[in-house]
Design a protein around this ligand. Structure first.
Ligand SMILES: Cc1cc2nc3c(=O)[nH]c(=O)nc-3n(C[C@H](O)[C@H](O)[C@H](O)COP(=O)(O)O)c2cc1C
Ligand SMILES: CC(C)CC(=O)C(=O)O
Length: 350
């Protein structure tokens, strides 16, 4: 079979190989999936307005963030359960991130323990994603483990005081990992703790985490500009505009539609990242033009992994890099740092 040439084709290739219930877990969103669809559709309603006669040889793609640098403005978003997509699971993803010199946000719900992921991919730039557990002592243990394993930032997911309803999982009866797989970071002595959400999570928890760790703390899941302001006042090192890939509260806006407001509220004080619906290099340019310092991709990397393991994940990331380079050249931009709102026009839906 010919190699996939787009993220969409990687999805199709992964779909052929994955158990249908697992494919649905990865692909699906919350509720009627209004937000899931909106994330991608919103990029489609933005057009690029290129400049001409500004040729350069080699565009600059690298970005520097509080948790280190990346060779391109595309990071790996934290996604759970990679061993459902490939036997090597998060080890393979981390090696792919290392090979492409980008940052991988490792999900707390990984099916390989964070220490094993770090050991399997020595060059990987890992940020650890945390769901604050109601047991704060165990939460602290996780933070210390992430620090000890060399993670360079703590990504605190704040859009999940409870889990959103995923109707595909309900229909498929997918509620537990198959035998032999578990959330390896939740091992505690002889038992594996259930991963819990914290319905009472508050700004106080974020403040305590910032005090607890020397790592930069990045908040993931901010959509309201007032929350962005509160986060800045508390001293976070970065924000990720995210609706969890449409998997939490359904009918929230597409991330790229709220990005300009958040970027305005933050006014350059800390880097603002975006995830949700990024499927191509042109999507990346649009997000950067509207104020993102970088984007993260969730499902695209899972599709690469599901299609062809580590090699597939590398190919998805390299495909996005090549598409960014092409789009920069065709937009007359020499660097990912040269992009501004003038590059983007809103077009009516077809
Ligand atoms: C299968 C799957 C699992 C996810 N697991 C997590 C997780 O463990 N922690 C987290 O903060 N976000 C999680 N997310 C959300 C992603 O980090 C990210 O916000 C989202 O996937 C971005 O949208 P995209 O898939 O359209 O790129 C998950 C998303 C998917 C699709
Ligand atoms: C284990 C899950 C809660 C991971 C997650 O965040 C998701 O599936 O969206």
């Amino acid at each position: 079979m010919r190699a996939p040439v787009s993220v969409r084709e990687f999805e199709a290739a992964a779909r052929e190989r994955l158990d249908p219930a697992h494919y649905d877990y990865f692909a699906g969103g919350a509720g009627e999936e209004v937000t899931l669809r909106a994330n991608e559709a919103a990029f489609g309603r933005l057009a690029l307005l290129p400049r001409v006669l500004r040729g350069t040889d080699k565009p600059e793609l690298g970005v520097t963030l509080p948790g280190g640098s990346a060779s391109m403005p595309v990071l790996v978003a934290p996604t759970a359960f990679h061993r459902l997509a490939d036997p090597e699971g998060e080890r393979a993803t981390a090696r792919a991130a290392a090979a492409t010199e980008t940052i991988m946000m490792l999900s707390m719900a990984s099916t390989v323990a964070l220490e094993d992921v770090a050991a399997a991919a020595p060059g990987a730039r890992l940020w650890f994603q945390l769901y604050v557990q109601p047991d704060l002592a165990f939460t602290k243990t996780l933070v210390r483990r992430a620090e000890a394993a060399g993670c360079r930032a703590l990504v605190v997911t704040v859009d999940s005081p409870v889990l959103g309803s995923r109707l595909r999982d309900e229909r498929n009866g997918f509620h537990d990992l198959p035998d032999g797989l578990c959330c390896e970071n939740m091992r505690d002595g002889d038992r594996v703790r259930p991963l819990e959400f914290s319905p009472t999570i508050s700004w106080e928890h974020v403040g305590r985490l910032i005090e607890l760790t020397s790592l930069p703390v990045v908040l993931k899941g901010v959509l309201h500009p007032e929350d962005a302001g509160t986060a800045l006042d508390l001293g976070v090192s970065g924000l990720i505009v995210s609706n969890h890939g449409g998997r939490q509260l359904d009918t929230v806006p597409a991330t790229v539609d709220v990005l300009p407001e958040i970027a305005a509220a933050v006014a350059g004080a800390v880097p603002v990242l975006l995830d949700g619906g990024v499927r191509s290099g042109t999507d990346v340019l649009k997000a950067l033009a509207l104020g993102a310092a970088a984007v993260a991709v969730g499902r695209p990397v899972v599709w690469g992994l599901g299609a062809d393991g580590e090699r597939g994940a590398v190919r998805v990331l390299e495909l996005l890099r090549a598409q960014i380079e092409e789009a920069l050249a065709l937009c007359g931009a020499a660097s990912v740092h040269d992009l501004g709102p003038g590059l983007v026009r809103r077009v009516p839906p077809c």
